[in-house]
Design a protein around this ligand. Structure first.
Ligand code: GAP
Length: 454
C-alpha cells in the first residue's frame, strides 16, 4: 500500500532524516534538496545496486566518473547550447512564470487564472558558472545537464585503455543541473539531481534489437528494487516529439503519488553525439590550425578488428534519475498497517539491500551496564562484517525503538535483555512480521549474514 500523497513522503523524510529542503534555515532554495543521515544511506544502497547490476554483474560495461566542469564546446557540439530549453510563459498580472507544456490550461495562468500571458519564449535550462579568475562574460562553463556527454567525450579513452570491442557500454552516476522553470513534486523535478546513465555502443543495424533488450532489462531491475509491475509502464515518445538526438525513445514510468510520470528514459541516440563530436574536432583542429590531418574526422570511429569495417557506433542509452528512484522505492515501501484494537503502525517495507540501517542492536535496560556493554560489543562485531550500517540503539523504551525502526525500514532488531545474561540468547525481531524469536548471541553474525545474503 503506497503513500496516499507526496506530503506523506515529505513528512516521513523530514521527520526521520531522509531528505531536507536545501538551505532550509535561510528559507530554502526552490528545487534543491539535501540528503540526511538515512537518505544518504538509502541513496548509497540504490547507487550500489545500480552499479552492481550495470558494471559488476555484466561483462560488457565499464564504469567512469567525469569532472562536472567541461570545455564549453562539449555543450555547443552536443546541441544543448542551441536546443536545451523549455517554453516559458509569464503571467502579466501576477508575474508567475510557467513551463508552457506543463500548464493545466495553456490559455490561463496556473496561479491566478488570468488569460493575459506573454508569448512563449525559449528558456535555457543549462546553468552557468565561471572557470578561472576572469569574469568578463566569456570564460563561463555550463554545469552538466546530463552525464551522457562526459561519457561520449571519454568513449575513445575507454576503448583504448580497456580494449573493449563493440557492443559494450559505459556507465556513470553523477550530478546534473537544470534550471527548471517550475521545480515540483518534492524530489521529482529539482534543479540539481543525480543521474544513473549507461550508454551502450552498438553496430548500426543492431540498435533496435539492443533498444528492446535494454528496455526489458531496466524494467526488471526496477522490480528488483521493489517497484511492483502494476505501478510501472513503458510509454514510447511520439515520433513528432523526440529529443534532438533520438531515433526512438520512451520512458519507464512509475505511478508516483502525483500520478504516472517518467522514472527512466530509454533512448536510441544513433551516432548523433559521437558523430557530432567527431565532426566538431575536425573543424576545431582546422580552425585552430593545430592539425591538418585528414584523419581527424575519424577520431571517434570504431574499427572492427574482425571485419576491418570502420563506423561511428550507435548508442542505446538508459538514463535513470536516482532521486526519482528514491521517491519511487520509498513510495512503494510505505505501508500503514492496522494492528487491531484501534492500533496502527507505519512500516517502510524496503527491500533489505536498500534499507538504510541493516540492523539495530538494542539494550533492553539502559541503566544495566552489563546489558549495555554486551549490546555495544555486538554492534561492533556486526559492523565489522561490512554489510552496511548497524545502529546501537540506546534511546530507551523498546516498543518505541521497534516502531522507529519500522518507520525507517530496518529489517531486523537484536535485543539484549536479562535472559541474555542468564542463557546467552537474544531476541530477534522481524520488521515485516513483527515476530520475535530467540537465537544464541554468538550466532548473531551468521544469522545476519544469512538473512541479508540469503
Ligand atoms: N542523457 C539523457 C537524459 O538526460 P532525460 O530523460 O532528460 O535524459 C534522464 O533524463 C532521467 O533523469 C529522467 O528519466 C529523470 O529520472 C531524471 N531527471 C531529469 N530531469 C530531472 C529533474 N529536473 N529532476 C529530477 N530528475 C530528473
Amino acid at each position: 500500500m503506497p503513500a496516499k500523497s507526496m506530503e506523506d513522503l515529505v513528512s516521513l523524510c523530514k521527520r526521520r532524516g531522509f531528505i531536507f529542503q536545501g538551505s532550509e534555515i535561510y528559507g530554502g532554495v526552490k528545487g534543491i534538496y539535501d540528503f540526511g543521515p538515512l537518505g544518504i544511506e538509502l541513496k548509497k544502497n540504490l547507487r550500489d545496486a545500480w552499479w552492481g547490476a550495470m558494471v559488476y554483474e555484466r561483462d560488457d560495461v565499464e564504469g567512469i566518473e567525469c569532472a562536472l566542469l567541461y570545455n564549453r564546446l562539449v555543450w555547443k557540439y552536443s546541441g544543448h547550447e542551441d536546443t536545451f530549453s523549455d517554453p516559458l510563459v509569464e503571467c502579466k498580472k501576477c508575474h508567475t512564470r510557467m513551463r508552457q507544456d506543463k500548464m493545466k490550461d495553456q490559455s490561463k495562468c496556473d496561479n491566478c487564472g488570468s488569460t493575459d500571458l506573454t508569448e512563449p519564449r525559449k528558456f535555457m535550462l543549462m546553468m552557468k558558472t565561471n572557470i578561472g579568475p576572469v569574469d568578463d562574460g566569456s570564460s563561463f562553463a555550463y554545469l552538466p545537464a546530463e552525464t551522457a556527454q562526459g561519457t561520449f567525450i571519454n568513449y575513445k579513452n575507454v576503448v583504448d585503455s580497456t580494449s573493449r570491442k563493440i557492443p559494450f557500454g559505459i556507465a556513470q552516476m553523477n550530478q546534473s543541473f537544470r534550471n527548471e522553470i517550475t521545480p515540483r513534486n518534492f524530489l521529482f523535478r529539482t534543479r540539481q539531481f543525480e543521474q544513473a546513465e549507461m550508454q551502450f555502443f552498438v553496430e548500426p543495424g543492431t540498435d533496435e534489437q539492443w533498444y528492446d533488450k535494454w528496455k526489458e532489462a531496466r524494467k526488471e531491475w526496477w522490480k528488483e528494487q521493489g517497484l511492483s509491475e502494476e505501478n510501472m509502464r513503458f510509454e514510447p515518445h511520439p515520433e513528432n516529439d523526440l529529443a534532438h538526438y533520438a531515433k526512438a525513445a520512451g520512458d519507464i514510468e512509475y505511478k508516483f503519488p502525483h500520478g504516472f510520470d517518467e522514472l527512466e528514459g530509454i533512448h536510441n541516440r544513433q551516432d548523433f553525439d559521437l558523430g557530432s563530436h567527431t565532426k566538431a574536432q575536425a573543424d576545431f583542429d582546422i580552425q585552430a590550425n593545430v592539425m591538418k590531418n585528414t584523419d581527424s574526422n575519424m577520431k571517434l570511429n570504431y574499427l572492427d578488428p574482425q571485419t576491418n569495417k570502420s563506423y561511428i557506433p550507435f548508442v542505446i542509452e538508459v538514463a535513470a534519475g536516482l532521486n526519482r528512484g528514491i521517491i519511487a522505492v520509498l513510495n512503494e515501501a510505505y505501508t500503514e498497517e492496522d494492528l487491531g484494537d484501534g492500533k496502527s503502525r507505519l512500516v517502510l517495507k524496503l527491500k533489505k539491500h536498500l534499507s538504510p540501517i541493516k540492523a539495530a542492536v538494542i539494550p533492553l535496560a539502559r541503566n544495566n551496564e552489563e546489558i549495555v556493554e554486551k549490546a555495544k560489543a555486538m554492534k561492533t562485531r556486526l559492523q565489522k562484517l561490512g554489510l552496511g550500517r548497524i545502529l546501537f540503539e540506546n534511546s530507551g523504551n523498546i516498543g518505541k525503538a521497534y516502531r522507529r525502526h519500522d518507520e525507517v525500514g530496518t529489517p531486523l532488531c537484536f535485543t539484549v535483555d536479562f535472559d541474555t545474561l542468564e542463557d546467552g540468547t537474544i531476541t530477534v525481531r522481524d520488521r515485516d512480521t513483527m515476530e520475535q524469536i530467540r537465537i544464541k548471541e554468538d550466532e548473531v553474525e551468521q544469522y545476519l549474514i544469512n538473512y541479508l545474503k540469503g
